[in-house]
Design a protein around this ligand. Structure first.
Ligand SMILES: Cc1cc2nc3c(=O)[nH]c(=O)nc-3n(C[C@H](O)[C@H](O)[C@H](O)COP(=O)(O)O)c2cc1C
Length: 275
């Protein structure tokens, strides 16, 4: 009787000990695998939606909503012609789109520039009194600002401009030739200095983050693709060449347009030129 009792005690304690060891090994493994996640994997993992995240996010801290429009009240305003160009059918633009990195010496017209800006972030309608834009945006929160490095546009001084989309006009931030500065910021990709104009797309994260929390970052990156694709297709329709550029030195590109790289940062760049 005593022997049987002892045997069952040994069996139970062995089972408990094994469970403890398995638990320890498994938890160490989970910790190890979490530690081994790369920064990109962690970003994707931690901004993934589960119901737990949805509820947690609902309760979590959200930043204040920044102003919807950025303006440079002191800047000289350059009015743009109406974007009334009618070009090729969309199926042909999709079929003919290619990334083009060599441009002719001819300059871009201000009509072409106006059309490209409209395609990128022009206003196309209203909902509940709020202007809607040419590209979709999560929650219609529109985190993007459009800056231009103008090298060779008829009737415009070279310089850095900001798109005042409500007025469909440009604000001159800094006059001058910035072709070598943008090439330097763009890892010496020559087309950035040789383009007629380069679009620099920056995002103010809190515009999206104040509603969607950290997942908002994903939406911002997705939206950059929408804008760039519109520029690509519009450029094809206008008979221009263009290429999107994701490889650049962030701090130099941010410095060039005067944003801090944290609250507002350059996400994507797009060079355009005549053929
Ligand atoms: C996110 C992203 C980043 C890119 N970055 C660059 C870049 O830094 N430099 C460049 O020359 N092309 C860049 N490209 C253009 C690609 O090289 C190009 O789309 C690809 O070679 C396919 O060619 P296609 O656009 O002519 O179809 C980028 C494209 C994407 C979508």
């Amino acid at each position: 009787m005593v022997v049987r009792h002892r045997i069952s005690l040994i069996v139970i304690s062995t089972a408990l000990l094994s469970l403890l060891i398995i638990g320890f090994v498994l938890s160490a493994d989970v910790k190890k695998s979490q530690k081994e996640l790369t920064i990109g994997e962690r970003f994707h993992h931690e901004t993934s939606l589960t119901w737990r995240h949805v509820i947690g996010d609902f309760l979590s801290f959200k930043p204040k909503k920044p102003p919807q429009y950025k303006t440079y009240p002191e800047a000289k305003l350059v009015r743009l012609p109406d974007p009334d160009y009618r070009g090729m059918i969309v199926e042909d633009a999709i079929k003919n789109r290619r990334s083009v990195r060599n441009y002719s010496a001819r300059s871009l017209s201000i009509h072409q520039l106006s059309q490209l800006l409209f395609a990128a972030q022009g206003t196309t309608g209203k909902m509940y009194g709020q202007p809607l834009r040419s590209t979709p945006s999560a929650g219609a929160l529109y985190p993007f600002e459009v800056y231009l490095i103008v090298n060779n546009v008829q009737g415009m001084s070279p310089g850095i401009y900001h798109y005042a989309l409500l007025k469909h006009a440009l604000e001159l931030i800094k006059a001058g030739d910035f072709s070598s500065k943008i090439t330097d910021a763009g890892l010496e990709q020559d087309m950035l200095g040789e383009s007629d104009v380069t679009f620099v797309l920056s995002a103010i994260f809190d515009r999206t983050r104040h509603k969607y929390g950290e997942r908002g970052y994903r939406y911002v990156y997705i939206e950059a693709g929408h804008i760039s694709q519109n520029i690509y297709l519009q450029a094809v329709s206008l008979g221009l060449g263009s290429v999107s550029v994701g490889a650049f030195l962030d701090h130099k590109m941010n410095d060039l347009i005067g944003v801090d790289g944290r609250k507002e940062a350059v996400i994507y760049v797009h060079a355009i030129g005549t053929l």
